[in-house]
Design a protein around this ligand. Structure first.
Ligand code: GLY
Length: 285
């Protein structure tokens, strides 16, 4: 069994380091508790991401980045290795936990729902409307105002990959996307193989960083596929190197079917935490 989570690539402001580190540890522990009580890799990854979405220290759920018109639009996805099953939501505005909605999409006839359609589907599945303004935090507002004043490109995402006692693999990713993005912009997170990917017997990956480049490099799929011949670290490094060649920074957590794993980034930092049979770890670099 193993759980590995990330809290996003980028530069973490020093005053937020403690909150971010304790946040990824809390999410890791929540995911591990699910695995330890016999839960599936999917349940564990979703629970870890749900905890991160509810933590305002991260760019997902509450605390998400604001778009060009000053409101939140979130992307999220889940994938399991068995049957390559996938569910995602894009540019959704009024749910508290997009990852729970993505989970529902996986159990529908579709793989990806966006905007108003995703909201309608949420109500159908009993997920209540969450006031969009309740997702906006002071920190996200200040960051948006700063980017609008000074320019720059800031993203951040949360994600988890898990391996359960039955050897099943799952990946889950959630994000508010790039700060000051155009309304309707969708990044790598909810695209199969771009920000989120899992394949039975091989591995699971969740990406973070500049979505346009990560998606063109299909980093999650590329890294998982490379596990056929590479160590997790090498596989993740090579996938991110392609995104960097294209012009984008990012990070990746990658978990192989044998439990080996890597947390790598080309961005200045990437918060992450993991737990497995041999112990646990966490870091900001
Ligand atoms: N990687 C998150 C995004 O670009 O939306």
């Amino acid at each position: 069994m193993r759980i590995l989570v990330h809290g996003g690539a980028g530069r973490i402001e020093p005053e937020w380091e403690e909150a971010v580190l304790s946040g990824v540890k809390r999410a890791r522990d929540a995911g591990w508790a699910v695995l330890a009580s016999g839960g599936s890799a999917l349940e564990a990854a979703v629970e870890a991401v749900r905890v991160l979405e509810d933590d305002p220290a991260f760019n997902a759920g509450t605390g998400s980045a604001l778009n060009r018109q000053g409101f939140v639009e979130m992307d999220a996805a889940v994938m399991i290795g068995e049957g390559l099953r996938f569910g995602g939501v894009a540019a959704v505005r009024d749910v508290k936990n997009p990852i729970l909605l993505a989970r529902e999409v996986m159990d529908s006839e579709h793989i990806l729902l966006s905007g108003e359609g995703a909201s309608l589907f949420a109500r159908e599945r009993g997920i209540p409307r969450h006031p969009p303004e309740a997702l906006v935090t002071e920190r996200a507002l200040a960051r948006w105002q700063r980017i609008r004043r000074q320019g720059g490109r800031t993203s951040g995402t949360v994600g988890a990959v898990a391996l359960d006692a039955q050897g099943r693999l799952a990946a889950a990713t959630s994000t508010g996307g790039i700060v000051d993005k155009r309304v309707g912009r969708v990044g790598d997170t909810p695209l199969v193989g771009a920000g989120t990917y899992a394949e039975a017997g091989l591995g699971a990956a969740s990406a973070t960083g500049e979505g346009e480049f990560l998606a063109r490099a299909l980093v999650a799929y590329r890294a998982v596929t490379a596990l056929k011949t590479r160590s997790p670290e090498k596989a993740a490094d090579e996938a991110l190197a392609l995104a960097r060649e294209l012009g984008g920074q990012g990070g990746l957590i990658l978990l192989a079917a044998d439990g080996s794993f890597a947390a790598v980034h080309t961005s200045p930092q990437m918060s992450h935490a993991w737990r497995g049979p041999e112990g646990e770890g966490a870091g900001l670099a």
